[in-house]
Ligand binder design. Structure first.
Ligand SMILES: Cc1cc2nc3c(=O)[nH]c(=O)nc-3n(C[C@H](O)[C@H](O)[C@H](O)COP(=O)(O)O)c2cc1C
Length: 281
């Protein structure tokens, strides 16, 4: 019997968080409506894995837990700076797990496979998997308005099916030698590689009043808390600082980055599909 649902999400710009919460809460609600759980209480808690200090903690689960683990897709994979934290921090013991990847309407590539292998290796049983479109942080035109009302309805329908699987049993078994598709090389408008690995946000100093909102939002703690115009550590291009700045003081000016954004806008505005995966009966 499941006693607790935990929703764990890495979500710098909030799309993954919204979908993960809907999925975790709806699975729990459906479970509570099942005969088997009528007199049982399932609690729901959250782990905001976006915060650097949270990713240093260790979380352990057993067979009375249900864990929803959610990550955005970066370059067709789990963000490479965050995957090691998922590996190190979240351990299960035959714990039922639902994996979710949110992607920005281009492709989720190998991210779902990678997240599944990480969680399996960490002692979890993958009972369901989903890839859901959420607006791309690089452009309001790519994955615009996603997740939409219709996406949320689909997530709720899936959650109901997942709850039946929780009761009935069964899991998706990924062979440990499953190959993960490689990282995607971002392209420019002319189809050549866009090289913006080293790019960092620039700050319009006249607009920045050093309010620290961006520094607090940076999921890798890279913005100088005393002088928010400076990004002193690595940048994972998540766009959190740009989205949260109340004065619109931050942007990316890197030419290759901007060309990649235009390429996405040229080729990836047609709404893409969500994928919902359950083990075979
Ligand atoms: C650095 C970076 C790389 C991304 N790479 C991809 C990708 O390869 N394919 C894709 O469809 N979306 C990609 N996206 C879009 C995100 O996966 C998607 O919009 C996600 O929902 C953002 O999550 P968040 O709102 O929780 O931060 C990328 C976003 C960022 C910031």
């Amino acid at each position: 019997m499941i006693k607790k649902t935990t929703i764990c999400y890495f979500s710098p710009t909030g799309g993954t968080e919204k979908v993960a919460k809907r999925l975790g809460n709806e699975i729990t609600k459906s479970l509570q409506e099942a005969d088997k759980y009528l007199n049982e209480k399932i609690t729901v808690s959250e782990i905001d894995f976006t915060k650097p200090q949270t990713r240093k903690e260790r979380f352990e689960f057993d067979d009375k837990d249900l864990v929803v683990v959610a990550s955005p897709v970066y370059a067709g994979r789990v963000p490479n700076k965050i995957a090691p934290d998922f590996k190190a921090s979240i351990k299960g013991k035959k714990t039922k797990c639902v994996i979710l990847c949110c992607y920005g309407n281009r492709s989720y590539g190998g991210a779902l496979t990678e997240l599944g292998l990480i969680m399996q290796e960490n002692g979890f049983e993958i009972i369901a998997a989903a890839a859901v479109v959420a607006q791309h942080p690089f452009s309001d035109l790519v994955g615009a308005g996603r997740p939409s009302d219709s996406d949320f309805r689909d997530v709720s329908g899936f959650a109901e099916a997942v709850s039946r699987k929780v009761i009935k049993g069964g899991n998706i078994n990924l062979p440990s030698d499953t190959e993960i598709p490689p990282y995607y090389t971002p392209l420019k408008e002319d189809n050549t590689p866009a090289k913006f690995l080293k790019a960092k946000p620039v700050t319009e100093e006249d607009l920045c009043d050093n309010c620290r909102t961006c520094a607090k939002a940076c999921p890798v703690g890279s913005i100088d808390i005393k002088d928010c115009t400076k990004t002193t550590g690595i940048c994972i291009k998540c766009q959190a600082c740009i989205k949260v700045c109340p004065n619109g003081a931050k942007a990316f000016a890197d030419e290759d980055f901007l060309s990649h954004v235009r390429m996405l806008e040229m080729n990836y505005t047609k709404p893409n599909k969500n994928s919902f995966i359950l083990p075979n009966d």
